[in-house]
Design a binder for this molecule. Structure first.
Ligand SMILES: Cc1cc2nc3c(=O)[nH]c(=O)nc-3n(C[C@H](O)[C@H](O)[C@H](O)COP(=O)(O)OP(=O)(O)OC[C@H]3O[C@@H](n4cnc5c(N)ncnc54)[C@H](O)[C@@H]3O)c2cc1C
Length: 376
């Protein structure tokens, strides 16, 4: 199905190689080695900057990036926001172009609309996706064991190959990575920026709000959701199910014969004021509380997809912290802010890394005066 996508999706409007900088190299500290830190490091290195990546964990992708549902968003999730659909399509196009080996097709990637509980009816959902030129095919929901009250569509959304991404970035950025090195302090005085006491020309916070010193004062509007994702074994390698549109669940392939189960309502375990507080909430989870949450989620799934537990056997769970903005309209929009030579990134979805890199580059020009037109 993926080849049928290409003619329909408009050319990306963001990601401007024209901004590539030929000026002298700046020494840049990047803090955090998830999708954002690694991709932005690649971009800045390609610009000729001297990049150093601080990562507090022993390996890359140990934060949210290694613990997602691995959905390469294309727009099907956002029936009620044309802007987010457009952003997802653009991001998808960039992703396929820049990282062609880091996603794959899921043969039966099903989005299902329940007749009585969805915020949009299935006709409207179909029309919205068709109007956005997203490939979508009506299929028989009962053929997949779904309740007859659901309308099912096969879609062209792909799966992110996160383990491959980890290997790719781990190898290509090896000289730049300082693993097991936490950025503790950042100070800027008399035109000199220091991270952990070491001078840099600029620092880019790619911790998704975890490094409070890095984002100090720049993001007063963040909050943090500790999240649980349940992991299941299954033989259904080529199957994904997402219920739309509302507070539903989704079952998505993960890796090595495993699938994940998440729920809009039950995956978030709370709402916290800091990343630390979110991690503490995760640490407080115990077998009983997790079992209760899992049973509720499985019951939700069975309501729309009765044979779920015939195909899926629970084996594990993992946790991650989702960073959000208080303003709902900003919640899914990638954003970059700067104070002096400190640049801070608020991540969107994985496929908005390109927009983030563009914005960081613009701020780098402003911060370290490397704009090639500035001297004219
Ligand atoms: C449950 C869940 C499911 C999701 N599913 C999807 C999905 O299917 N598709 C999608 O596109 N997006 C999804 N997302 C969003 C996705 O996770 C984010 O877009 C992405 O991971 C953000 O990457 P990042 O690099 O900004 O942050 P992270 O991956 O969290 O990386 C931050 C890094 O900074 C490091 N760090 C923190 N503090 C310091 C410090 N002081 N010094 C040094 N290092 C530090 C951390 O160890 C971490 O490695 C999901 C998110 C969650 C929580």
């Amino acid at each position: 199905m993926s080849s049928a996508l290409d003619p329909h999706i408009p050319e990306p409007e963001t990601f401007s190689p024209a901004l590539r900088d030929n000026g002298p190299a700046a020494k840049v500290a990047i803090v955090g080695a998830g999708w954002y830190g690694c991709h932005i490091a690649e971009e800045l290195r390609a610009d000729g900057h001297d990049v150093h990546i601080f990562e507090s964990q022993a390996d890359i992708f140990g934060g949210a990036s290694g613990h997602t549902q691995n959905r390469l968003h294309l727009g099907y999730h956002y029936a009620r926001s044309a802007m987010t659909r457009r952003q997802a399509s653009e991001g998808y196009r960039h992703f396929k172009k820049i990282y062609p080996t880091l996603s794959r097709v899921v043969a039966n990637n099903i989005y299902a609309v329940p007749r009585d509980d969805s915020l949009l009816d299935s006709e409207t959902y179909l029309q919205v996706m068709q109007a956005s030129q997203l490939p979508i095919e009506l299929v028989d929901s009962t053929a997949f064991g779904l309740a007859p009250s659901t309308t099912a569509f096969r879609v062209a959304e792909e799966l992110l190959c996160t383990q491959s991404a980890k290997r790719l970035f781990g190898a290509s950025l090896r000289p730049q990575l300082r693993l097991g090195t936490r950025a503790e302090s950042v100070e800027e005085a008399h035109g000199t920026l220091r991270v952990n006491g070491e001078p840099f020309d600029a620092a880019v916070d790619c911790t998704w709000g975890a490094w409070e010193a890095g984002g100090q004062g720049m993001w007063p509007d963040l909050y943090f959701e500790p999240c649980v994702t349940f992991v299941y074994e299954s033989q259904l390698h080529e199957f994904a199910l997402t219920l739309v549109d509302g507070a539903f669940f989704s079952v998505y392939p993960f890796q090595d014969g495993l699938h994940t189960l998440t729920s809009v309502t039950h995956t978030p375990l709370g709402r916290c004021r800091s990343h630390d507080e979110a991690r503490q909430t995760i640490a407080r989870q115990n077998t009983d509380s997790l079992e209760r949450t899992r049973r509720i989620m499985e019951k939700d799934v069975a309501r729309y997809w009765p044979p779920f537990l015939d195909h899926f056997r629970h084996v594990d769970a993992f946790f991650s912290v989702k960073t959000k903005m208080r303003s709902a309209s900003d919640a899914r929009v990638v954003s970059v802010r700067r104070s002096g030579s400190r640049i801070s990134v608020f991540a969107g979805k994985v496929n908005t890394i390109f927009t983030a890199a563009d914005l960081v580059r613009q701020e780098m020009h402003a911060a370290v005066g490397r704009n090639q037109w500035a001297s004219l």
